[in-house]
Ligand binder design. Structure first.
Ligand SMILES: Cc1cc2nc3c(=O)[nH]c(=O)nc-3n(C[C@H](O)[C@H](O)[C@H](O)COP(=O)(O)OP(=O)(O)OC[C@H]3O[C@@H](n4cnc5c(N)ncnc54)[C@H](O)[C@@H]3O)c2cc1C
Length: 461
């Protein structure tokens, strides 16, 4: 904690996760006097309970698979098992290193951190530990929590991602309730670690927000990996005893396993914080704002997972910067929600940006949309990595590219180019003229654009 700093600030940020700390860092950079109030740990969900620890687990999972698959590459390796204590100490080491770095950064920008639970008690005041902290602007950034279903209690063998990240053993079998991003990532980790995994999803597909072609490809890949799934059937109930969990679906099907992971989405953490009492509009828990992320009340703004839309850390970062710059009198460009890249870090990975084929057809009409799929089978580096998958491009006929969708090992690293293309509204002909290094997986994007521009190289006409 910084030494006693007074209690009047230009900006008071409530919540020190991705959205809140990005607001604080940018505002301080622009010369504002900033207070940042955090009840738990700076860095929030993403750093401590989300993005970072799950990606560390996924990297350990990849190494486990590599050890198993060594012989495919002529490498004499053997998978002997998972030392979960070792995995956890690697994961926690990554988190604590980044946490130290973030604390240093916050300190270096002279941001005043208040540790404690804050409540909005006036349109310009947050109370924390009995102290009233006032700001000419207030930024709400209280984030989200793992939701459950009515009657589904999180206890014992029924976990959310929070408990799953702390497990000190590999379960023999797991049922994952929810085949979205978080469910698919945990399913992927546990399968690589040797567990029997079954995903149950009420909607007709895994990763149901993605282009349907990616969902279907993930289902094929998961089936091949021995990850079972049951789609289009809603959860009805669960019991647990010493032998494990027993899950029933509305169809009457039952599944047994050691554990049940509940991954049915995240709710906004806005209850009992005084937001509504100060006039902020809350809808199903989310804070409603205009497109400038202003709540319409006083000088109160909101960023991150509490604002309806994609619940992603990099969206929170962007929103934090956007709000700080507005407050400090700059005129930042609005954030285009569909231009925010999305990655599911399972094996195989999924990465996308822009409109799915279905959304593009809804927006522009079915006859005005053109798509192209480029199979990674034609890409040298993907062959070397022994991965399968494809890139699907969606364009407005005779117009710009409006969607890039990918599945395959490491495609998350390719989305940077995808998002430049979509957000800069590039035409396939523009991208086709750019030279991509050989052999990279990135080159597959180049090839896809060559094909869409009517001049495929390593693909059939
Ligand atoms: C398992 C999992 C994996 C994920 N993986 C990814 C990923 O790979 N990539 C990605 O982009 N996103 C991922 N996410 C989502 C990402 O974590 C969130 O989008 C991001 O953390 C949202 O940031 P935020 O600032 O809105 O909220 P949070 O990060 O939730 O931060 C809110 C902070 O506010 C604090 N707080 C809340 N109320 C109060 C109060 N009244 N007083 C004081 N402090 C308070 C909380 O303690 C918390 O630290 C993942 C999430 C989970 C759960």
């Amino acid at each position: 904690m910084a030494e006693t700093p007074g209690t009047d600030f230009d900006i008071v940020v409530l919540g020190g996760g991705s959205g809140g700390y990005a607001t604080a860092l940018r505002a301080a950079q622009l010369g504002a006097k900033v207070a940042l109030i955090e009840a738990d740990k700076l860095g929030g969900t993403c750093l401590h309970y989300g993005c970072v620890p799950t990606k560390a687990l996924l990297h350990a999972a990849e190494l486990a698979d590599n050890a198993r698959d060594g012989s495919h590459f002529g490498v004499l390796s053997e998978f002997k098992g998972i030392d979960m204590a070792g995995v956890n100490s690697y994961k926690d080491g990554v988190v604590s290193g980044l946490y130290k770095g973030l604390q240093g950064l916050i300190k270096s920008r002279a941001i005043t951190v208040f540790e404690g639970w804050g409540t909005l008690v006036a349109q310009d005041t947050v109370e924390v530990n009995g102290q009233r902290i006032t700001g000419r602007n207030i930024v709400l950034a209280t984030g989200s929590y793992s939701r459950s279903l009515p009657g589904l209690e999180i206890s014992g063998r029924v976990l959310t991602s929070d408990q799953a990240l702390k497990l000190n053993y590999v379960p023999k079998s797991v049922i994952v309730l929810g085949g979205g991003v978080i469910g698919s990532e945990f399913a992927s980790v546990w399968r690589s670690f040797g567990a029997d995994v079954t995903i149950v999803e009420a909607l007709p597909h895994l990763v149901p927000n993605e282009d349907e072609s990616l969902s279907k490809a993930l289902e094929r890949a998961f089936r091949k990996r021995g990850i079972a799934f049951n789609l289009g059937d809603r959860f009805s109930g669960v019991t647990q005893d010493d032998s494990g969990v027993h899950v029933t679906l509305e169809s009457g099907k039952t599944f047994d396993a050691d554990l049940l992971l509940v991954a049915v989405g995240r709710g906004a953490r806005t209850a009992d914080l005084g937001f509504e009492a100060q006039g902020v509009t809350i809808d199903r828990g989310f804070v409603i704002t205009d497109d400038k992320l202003h709540t319409g009340v006083g000088n109160i703004w909101a960023v991150g997972d509490i604002v309806p839309g994609l619940q992603l850390a990099h969206r929170g970062f962007a929103q934090g910067i956007f709000v700080a710059e507005q407050i400090l009198g700059l005129n930042p460009a609005a954030i285009v929600e569909s231009g925010i890249p999305r990655v599911t870090y399972s094996d195989p990975e999924i990465a996308s940006v822009g409109l799915t084929e279905a959304k593009a057809k809804e927006q522009f009409g079915a006859d005005s949309v053109e798509t192209l799929e480029y199979n990674l089978g034609g890409n040298g580096k993907s062959k070397i990595l022994a991965t399968q998958g494809f890139i699907k491009l969606v364009r407005q006929k005779d117009g710009p590219v409006v969607g890039v969708h990918m599945i395959g090992a490491r495609v998350g690293e390719l989305i940077g180019e995808g998002q430049l293309i979509v957000n800069w509204e590039a035409y396939p002909e523009d991208v086709a003229a750019l030279v991509h290094a050989h052999p990279t997986q990135n080159e597959a994007l180049g090839e896809a654009f060559l094909a869409l521009a009517g001049k495929p190289l390593h693909a059939h006409n």
